[in-house]
Design a protein around this ligand. Structure first.
Ligand code: SAH
Length: 554
């Protein structure tokens, strides 16, 4: 069965005449709605009627004209505007479907093509009123097409609550910009066509006129309109709602500068600034964009400036709105500290300009992410607690093993997990952890020096002469190398400590990757007999057949 929906339209009812029939609170409400649309409501009710007080007040205030008569057919054809032969523009019956008069009025209106609405009687109506949210020029109307006005009003409240405040005034402002652009275009075209000076009132010199051709104007016009539509399209609603006078003049000014290129008012939050600026330090997870937390996703959508670490996965960078400036850390060997300083300074400058700066890190910001250092730095710069927000991320240290089917803790196998680094400060090797049979150890930043690491784990250092000596790792300890976990090119190599160096040499490396070692590695995955390592390619972790879940940029 085909089900139809209503044709939603917005009626310009200014100066229309609306007949309101009834005396109850609904009649009062209809009068209010009519008045706010600029129409003139006329109330039809006998002089003896007891009007609802709100209705009485509107009558007393002269807003509503009261014709103290019972309804008569000719009211429909005599009380309206002269220009349409005195036919009224719409009729609202508020006495409900059981009133015989309702059906009569409905038939009469339908026959004469006068829009009619009867309370609680869809079959008697030619139109219905929407549950509306109004904010300045912005109106949002909801209908369930007769499935329940309470439900519609609930949905309307929910929709309205999800909108940023001041959206109505943003509509006003943007509407102004649009109108101004159109007006100026129009004037310029007229001026060009006539070969006359442009009207002084728009503040442009006569020479301007001579320098500019029709093509120039068209180009600029397109550019400016394009900016305007880009802003409407790409700025987060929250930002649009907070649009400032300065933003508006930036948009308009870009028109006068006919030759130059311009930016779309990045200064959106530059005024009143420093009180609003803040920094969000967030983790972006191991690689797959679906591993982002909702909090970090929101931060990405709302940031004014994003400062990302080099390892932040491409799938995550792809989520950044096109208008948001992004700076990616220039970290390369020998430049790590300089790159770190540069980002930190940019962050502080941004915050002082009133921006929401997002420091996007890979994995979790506090797990080998220098997150603590950054927070300390921001504090030293005088940014207090409410200016610096830290959001967790899914760390590769725990998610990579998971995606390789390795439970880091496992009853009767491993009751501890240690996360450590294979690389110390200034490239020096950190102290190797001793072997604990019931412990799983995850080594980050270790694969580039895997040979050295395995050597340290399995043999004593020259300096380790005194007893009690560190417990060494058995050479046959199961381990796994997990690379690019959660990315489409994820790879897992399962082997043992004594073969891992050879395996990596033969298979090559695919950074970033980590090493997991301990008996938990073989709990769900025993190596086939006779094999010294196995390689598994690809990531299937999120392939649970739900629509909208893809394998990350594949
Ligand atoms: N803060 C990050 C770790 C940063 S240190 C986190 O919580 O995940 C960088 C190291 O993390 C890399 O050298 C590598 O060992 C590991 N790593 C990061 N992403 C990885 C991934 N997708 N797969 C495997 N290891 C990863």
């Amino acid at each position: 069965m085909t089900s139809y929906v209503s044709l939603l339209t917005a009626t310009d009812a200014r100066s229309h005449v609306h007949l309101i029939i009834g005396t109850n609170p609904l009649a009062a409400a209809r009068c209010g709605q009519s008045l706010s649309s600029g129409a003139s409501p006329i109330l039809i009710a006998p002089g003896t009627a007891d009007l609802h007080y709100a209705l009485q007040k509107r009558v007393d205030d002269g807003e509503v004209k009261w014709i103290k008569e019972n309804f008569q057919d000719e009211h429909l054809f005599t009380l309206g505007r002269e220009e349409i032969d005195h036919v009224v523009d719409a009729v609202f019956v508020t006495s409900g479907p059981r009133d015989e008069l309702s059906a009569h009025i409905s038939v009469l209106c339908k026959r004469n093509r006068i829009p009619v609405n009867v309370v609680d009687a869809p079959q008697l109506c030619t139109f219905s009123l929407l549950s509306t949210h109004v904010d300045g020029p912005l109106q949002i109307g909801i209908t369930t097409n007769g499935r329940g006005c309470k439900l519609a009003s609930r949905i309307r409240r929910e929709v309205a609550a999800s909108l940023p405040p001041n959206l109505g005034s943003a509509c006003l402002r943007l509407g102004d910009v649009r109108r101004k652009i159109q007006e100026e275009d129009h004037l310029l075209h007229i001026a060009l066509a006539d070969g006359e000076d442009v009207d002084d009132s728009i503040d442009q010199s006569a020479s301007f006129n001579k320098l500019v051709t029709e093509a120039d104007i068209d180009a600029a016009k397109n550019r400016r309109m394009r900016w305007l539509s880009q802003i409407c399209e790409y700025w987060p609603l929250k930002r649009l709602a907070a649009i400032t006078d300065e933003d508006v003049s930036n948009i308009l000014r870009s028109y006068e500068d006919l030759g130059g290129s311009s930016s779309i008012g990045r200064s959106a939050s530059a005024d009143g600034a420093s009180s609003r600026g803040r920094i969000i330090l967030a983790g972006s997870g191991p690689g797959h964009p679906d591993m982002l937390t909702r909090a970090t996703y929101k931060a990405i959508q709302n940031a004014d400036l994003i400062l990302a670490d080099k390892l932040v996965p491409a799938g995550v960078l792809d989520l950044i709105p096109r208008r948001t400036p992004v700076h990616i850390a220039r970290k390369f060997p020998g430049n790590a500290d300089a790159a770190q300083n540069e980002l930190q300074e940019m962050a502080v400058t941004g915050v002082r300009e009133g921006k929401t700066v997002l420091r996007l890190k890979q994995g979790d910001p506090y797990v080998y992410g220098r997150g603590g250092e950054e927070v300390e730095y921001f504090r030293r710069q005088g940014l207090d607690h409410d200016k610096v927000i830290v959001l967790p991320g899914v760390t590769s240290a725990l998610s990579a093993p998971l995606f390789a089917a390795i439970p880091p803790t496992q009853r009767d196998v491993a009751d501890q997990v240690l996360i450590c680094t294979g690389t110390g400060k200034k490239g020096k090797a950190p102290a190797p952890p001793e072997y604990v049979a019931s412990r799983t150890v995850v080594f980050l930043m270790a694969l580039h020096r895997i040979e050295g690491l395995v050597g340290e784990l399995t043999t004593h250092l020259e300096t380790e002469t005194q007893a009690p000596r560190r417990v060494l790792w058995p050479r046959d300890t199961p381990c796994a190398v997990i690379e690019r976990a959660s990315c489409p090119d994820q790879r897992v190599i399962r082997t043992t400590l004594d073969k891992v160096v050879e395996a990596i040499e033969q298979e090559g490396s695919r950074p970033p990757g980590l090493l997991v070692a301990g008996r938990a590695c073989e709990f769900l995955n025993k190596l086939e007999k006779g094999r010294v390592w196995s390689v598994e390619e690809g990531f299937r972790g999120l392939n649970f057949g739900l629509e909208g879940v893809d394998l990350g940029g594949a």
